[in-house]
Design a protein around this ligand. Structure first.
Ligand SMILES: [Zn+2]
Length: 76
């Protein structure tokens, strides 16, 4: 087990853990992307760099692309 990442320097008050997903540009299908503890730490650090005057209550990473079904076409 690697050591746990350090606590974020700036705390953000999240209603739920950071999450990530990928969205198909063609059909709109959404699938979750698995996050590691380090991923969550990095996303939290990133969100903590928000502009002055903002609060943060959620973190979501979104990627876009094409799902397997759209890339491969209908089954033969
Ligand atoms: Zn698709």
């Amino acid at each position: 087990m690697p050591p746990p990442p350090p606590e974020p320097a700036v705390r953000v008050d999240l209603a739920e853990d950071p999450h990530a997903h990928i969205v198909c540009r063609n059909c709109g299908r959404i699938q979750a992307i698995e996050l590691t503890e380090l991923d969550r730490h990095v996303l939290t650090e990133l969100a903590a760099r928000h502009p002055d005057g903002w609060s943060v209550d959620g973190i979501a990473f979104s990627a876009t692309g094409a799902c397997r079904r759209c890339r491969e076409g209908p089954p033969a």
